[in-house]
Design a binder for this molecule. Structure first.
Ligand SMILES: [Cu+2]
Length: 149
């Protein structure tokens, strides 16, 4: 029995180690937040690049500036715009995944202090293996178009 169990255990530990290495190869660019008036939730957008050999999944986020951050997907069906919760968003090996207006985004809710256009907001992205990536997002006004930079 032990001859079977031990190699499986070892393989499991090895697998964890490899998975942990992957998010170190994820980089973020064009990170920005669309700030809406009052206590309306703010959409956060970013382009994630995965330079590793295996897919990585974004599973959530948190920010010291907001009470809650959720991963959403916007869609329109039959003229109705709606948002649905997303448990995990894959970033393919050697590929990119874009969070952008009208698609995947992070929804930042309950700002702890008013966020103004021009502010920098730290958001910590969380990946499927438990690792994290802190990213500085630039706050932009409500009428900002899809990343003009
Ligand atoms: Cu949303």
């Amino acid at each position: 029995m032990k001859r079977v169990v031990l190699p499986l255990l070892f393989a499991g530990l090895l697998g964890t180690g490899l998975a942990h290495a992957a998010p170190g190869h994820v980089t973020a660019s064009h990170a920005w937040i669309r700030v809406l008036p009052g206590d309306l939730p703010a959409g956060a957008y970013v382009i994630l690049r995965n330079d590793s050999d295996r897919a990585v999944s974004l599973t959530g986020a948190s920010s010291p500036a907001y009470g809650e951050a959720m991963l959403h997907e916007s869609s329109s069906a039959g003229g109705m715009n709606r948002m649905t919760m997303v448990d995990a968003l894959g970033i393919p090996a050697h590929g990119t995944q874009a969070l952008k207006p009208g698609g995947y985004h992070l929804m930042l809710m309950h700002a702890k202090h008013p966020v103004q256009p021009g502010d920098t907001v730290r958001v910590v992205l969380e990946f499927g293996d438990g690792s994290t990536l802190p990213v500085d997002f630039t706050a932009r006004p409500a009428n900002a178009l899809d990343d003009g930079r």
